[in-house]
Design a protein around this ligand. Structure first.
Ligand SMILES: *[C@@H]1O[C@H](CO)[C@@H](O)[C@H](O)[C@H]1NC(C)=O
Ligand SMILES: *[C@@H]1O[C@H](CO)[C@@H](O)[C@H](O)[C@H]1NC(C)=O
Ligand SMILES: *[C@@H]1O[C@H](CO)[C@@H](O)[C@H](O)[C@H]1NC(C)=O
Ligand SMILES: *[C@@H]1O[C@H](CO)[C@@H](O)[C@H](O)[C@H]1NC(C)=O
Ligand SMILES: *[C@@H]1O[C@H](CO)[C@@H](O)[C@H](O)[C@H]1NC(C)=O
Length: 574
């Protein structure tokens, strides 16, 4: 995964590569192979994971050229999200013990001091550890700030299932929530710092990292409320809004694609953006472009630009029609192992397209906009902008062609997968021979998630629906301060006091989601909220009684938060 000098590489000799060229046949044979390949790489009992602690995912059993016998937080979290999705939707009920091993192993890694720091001084940004769960102390591209976001997403999915399935709250509150909160606090406090990207090469801002951080804080805010932590939730919401705002800045409107890294001096056309779209898919959000949903016009335009950038750089793509599926890799400028297609990048293109088909089918229509027109023209050169309902012939012909295009990407991987179904990291751009790390766990996970999307499977949304991009971006992820609001208010039985105001932490003036104050010292009502430091915040208290909302009289209340520490604001209901 890491850029390193290409050493002479004996091409792996394998006798019969090329699986059956049909997508259906490939899914049938590769599904069990990928699942078995994935499980073999998880300790303590995985057949290729000897020496790995329980719940630790090895990236690959390869120990030289390259040595990937380590555990990465990013890879492990994506792998376990796949397993947790299978478990929580009833597809595989045997996985609970392994998932519990994972949550325990990751909680241990969080507390393991490492070159990025201790648990409270930045250590959560450490990208990789030894497989016995000790710190890796060699030189590396660190920190990588997507890991805590992806890990919290996996854990929240599992925690929500436990809560919904009669586990009671104590296990989730006492065991999972502390781990989840550490990761989310890290994201909340550090998202606006530079990071190494998911390929561990560029230290700047990275679209994938920003997108998965946004998702984590959004679902983290909802989860914090579920476990009775509304003021923690409001802090997450504040930074989720800032992340959503920042996410927009990666879009290159002139050229119609996402510039995946702000540094690095590359074109920015990168599998990074496709992986971001599939790992933040929320079918409830429709084709929302602000969160780059798979069927959004921006994500489709980006997909075309990204795919096309590989048509001329890999020999195995020679002679393939300009509108057919081709082999794709991380980014066209890649030189790692000479720069080749990656199985997981090919699967990701297919998955984005299957996700798009799921959403169009659900909403009963698809939109062709000026932004996505070039994407759709690949399938029908005469198509024009407009909304096509699912009972129209244009909808039928476009969606059939897009499904065939998506299947084409599976067929590319099928062609270069050996007959035993083993998936390495890459395949050679000229010969198609598998190369680099053998049995890459992430390759297997990417096959399983693409196949699930092909079969129409979706998972719980994470709150991408109905979001509005704030009109002003605030890049200041910290510092924050803790502010206690006390208000003297007499109430009648059944009536409660809430607060809302002009920041995400105060629910942006929403009476529906306003924060409930505690009446423990009635007639004083109180709440402590995390707010941005040195900021003017406007707010009002409201009364709610049986759904009836009464606002305080004008004007709005206002405070200027301190630069650090905490503050108390004493008010009397007006
Ligand atoms: C809740 O789930 C956890 C994780 O599987 C398990 O260890 C614990 O015993 C369960 N508790 C209850 C009350 O079911
Ligand atoms: C990454 O970039 C930031 C901002 O330019 C810089 O402060 C930091 O030292 C860099 N980190 C590494 C490891 O190069
Ligand atoms: C921090 O946020 C601001 C405003 O959104 C943005 O301009 C800046 O690039 C961000 N910096 C990093 C390193 O993400
Ligand atoms: C209070 O703030 C809201 C939201 O910004 C605004 O619409 C309203 O006019 C303000 N009220 C007064 C009296 O300024
Ligand atoms: C607010 O009220 C609390 C409790 O009555 C009191 O301890 C505190 O000194 C007051 N703070 C301010 C800033 O008035």
């Amino acid at each position: 995964m890491r850029l390193s000098l290409l050493t002479s590489l004996a091409a792996l000799a394998f006798s019969s590569y090329a699986q059956s060229p049909s997508a259906d046949a490939y899914v049938a044979s590769e599904s069990p192979a990928a699942k078995a390949g994935l499980l073999a790489n998880i300790g303590p009992d995985g057949s290729k994971a000897s020496g790995a602690k329980a719940g630790v995912v090895i990236a690959s059993p390869s120990t030289s050229n390259p040595n990937y016998l380590y555990t990465w937080v990013r890879d492990s979290s994506l792998v376990f999200k796949t397993l947790i999705d299978q478990f929580t939707t009833g597809e595989d009920n045997s996985l609970r013990g392994l998932i519990d091993d994972f949550t325990t192993a990751e909680a241990g890694l969080q507390q393991t001091s490492n070159p990025s720091g201790s648990v409270s001084t930045g250590g959560l940004g450490e990208p990789k550890f030894n497989i016995d769960a000790t710190a890796f102390t060699g030189a590396w591209g660190r920190p990588q700030r997507d890991g805590p976001a992806l890990r919290s997403t996996a854990l929240i999915t599992y925690a929500n299932w436990l809560l919904a399935n009669g586990n009671g709250t104590s296990y989730v509150q006492n065991t999972l929530w502390p781990s989840i909160k550490l990761d989310l606090d890290y994201v909340q406090n550090n998202w606006n710092q530079s990071t190494f990207d998911l390929w561990e090469e560029i230290n700047s801002s990275s679209f994938f990292t920003t997108a998965v951080q946004h998702r984590a804080l959004r679902e983290g805010a909802a989860f914090a409320k579920t476990v009775g932590q509304p003021s923690v939730a409001s802090g997450y919401t504040t930074q989720a809004d800032n992340l959503l705002c920042f996410l927009q800045s990666y879009w290159n409107s002139d050229a119609g694609y996402v510039t995946s890294n702000t540094g690095g001096g590359r074109s920015g056309k990168d599998s990074n953006s496709v992986l971001a779209s599939i790992h933040t898919f929320d079918v409830d959000a429709g084709c929302d472009a602000a969160s780059f949903q798979p069927c959004s016009d921006k994500a489709l335009s980006n997909l075309k630009v990204y795919v096309d950038s590989f048509r001329s750089v890999y020999g195995i793509n020679n002679g393939i029609s300009a509108t057919a599926a081709v082999a794709v890799g991380r980014y066209p400028e890649d030189v790692y192992y000479n720069g080749n297609p990656w199985y997981l990048s090919v699967f990701a293109v297919a998955e984005q397209l299957y996700d798009a088909l799921i959403t169009w089918n659900k909403q009963g229509s698809l939109d062709v906009t000026s932004t996505s027109l070039a994407f759709f023209k690949q399938f029908d050169s005469s198509v024009t902008t407009g909304t096509y309902r699912s009972d129209s012939s244009t909808y039928s012909s476009l969606t059939s062609a897009i499904r065939a295009f998506a299947d084409g990407f599976l067929e590319i991987n099928a062609k270069y997968t050996p007959s035993n179904g083993a998936l390495s990291e890459q395949f050679d751009k000229s010969s198609g021979t598998p190369l680099s790390a053998a049995d890459l766990t992430w390759s297997y996970a990417s096959a399983l998630t693409a196949f699930a999307a092909r079969s129409g499977k979706t998972y719980a949304g994470w709150g991408a629906s109905g979001l509005t991009v704030p009109s002003q971006c605030n890049g200041n992820a910290g510092p924050t301060v803790s502010v206690t609001f006390n208000v003297q208010a007499t109430t009648v039985y059944g009536e409660n006091i809430y607060i809302t105001g002009n920041t995400g932490a105060l629910q942006n003036w929403s009476p529906d989601t306003a924060l409930l104050l505690s009446a423990a010292n009635y007639p004083m009502w109180s709440i402590t909220v995390t707010l941005p430091a040195s900021t003017v915040v406007e707010y009002k208290y409201i009364r709610k009684n049986n759904g009836q909302v009464t606002w305080e009289s004008d004007p709005n209340n206002s405070i200027t938060t301190p630069g650090s520490g905490s503050a108390t604001q004493n008010d009397t209901w007006r």
